[in-house]
Design a protein around this ligand. Structure first.
Ligand code: ZN
Length: 304
């Protein structure tokens, strides 16, 4: 099983999702939920990798559009966040991302975001490091103050030109005049059907190509430069936290199990068990805004 999954990691660098398999954990594989044991491992760790997913942003009120109850109009993100959807319905996909951008602009970091950022700053003074490897496309980790963040699924507040490839930070609200007031999520809202020349376009001289959100769509390959950095972090970390992710989107779902296969302690913080829980040393159930601040708080052994 592990070997098979490692193969998925090596070969499957395209983003894809699997169905959640729910079932009882096998007792022998049940990870510990002993916080004092986790705190001992935390106190000794020099390089901590924290893998975060949508659950962290959900506690800031950012919807994921992954469940039946979280649709945008008639669709979930897997229906719209694809190269095929963008090529056939660029206006609809831009309405969806415009809606998500506007939503995120009004959100504040959650208690989990803040605990991670505070931990990074505190441990840095002790010569220890914290890296955040996030699947979230919002910017809430940075807003909370995290410095070392690897955004493996891209950034909602960046655009990429489909013609010249230029990537630009873009926080305009609305991103273009034609999208003003568009993107309402209700199930009966009709598509705005904005003509492609009125959608966000490239500012580069003589280009004027169509822009797309600089995010990784389902079926697309992750940025190889970022993945190389992730690989490096997973090789050097001596403690790993997997926070607020259902561990069903690959290749990110394999990061934690891969670290665990080196014998490094891995702790999962999530509202539920996941298909990967059995691989981990610790599992702390509950909202990560509740569990994580206690886990990452200053340890009595910390010296400044
Ligand atoms: Zn361009």
């Amino acid at each position: 099983m592990l070997l098979q999954n490692r193969a998925v990691f090596t070969l499957g660098l395209r983003m894809c999702s699997t169905h959640v398999t729910k079932g009882p954990l096998i007792d022998t594989a049940r990870p510990s939920s002993d916080m004092s044991e986790f705190r001992k491992a935390f106190a000794q760790a020099k390089h901590i990798a924290i893998i975060t997913g949508a659950g962290v942003s959900a506690e800031s009120g950012v919807p994921t559009f992954r469940g039946e109850n979280e649709k945008w109009r008639k669709w979930q993100s897997q229906d719209l966040a694809t190269p095929e959807a963008f090529s056939r319905y660029p206006s609809r996909v831009w309405e969806f991302y415009h809606y998500r951008r506007e939503l995120v602009l009004n959100k504040k970091p959650s208690a989990a975001h803040l605990a991670i950022a505070e931990c990074e700053a505190r441990l840095k003074k002790q010569g220890r490091s914290v890296v955040v490897i996030t699947q979230c496309i919002d910017d809430l980790h940075r807003q909370a103050g995290s410095k070392h963040v690897l955004k493996i699924h891209g950034n909602l507040m960046e655009t990429r030109c489909v013609s010249c490839g230029e990537v630009t930070v873009n926080r305009r609200s609305p991103i273009c005049a034609a999208l003003k007031g568009k993107g309402a999520p209700g199930p009966d809202v009709a598509d705005a059907k904005i003509s492609v020349d009125k959608l966000p376009r490239c500012d580069e001289r003589d280009c004027h190509g169509l822009l797309r959100p600089n995010v990784v769509f389902f079926g697309e390959t992750l940025d190889s430069h970022i993945l190389t950095n992730v690989e490096k972090e997973m090789e050097i970390c001596d403690l790993c936290l997997v926070v607020g992710t259902s561990s069903i989107v690959y290749p990110a779902a394999m990061f934690g199990p891969r670290v665990a296969s080196r014998g490094v302690p891995v702790a999962e913080f999530n509202t539920n068990t996941t298909p990967k829980t059995e691989y981990f040393t610790y599992h702390f159930q509950g909202p990560c805004g509740t569990t994580l601040p206690a886990a990452l708080a200053q340890h009595e052994s910390e010296v400044f």
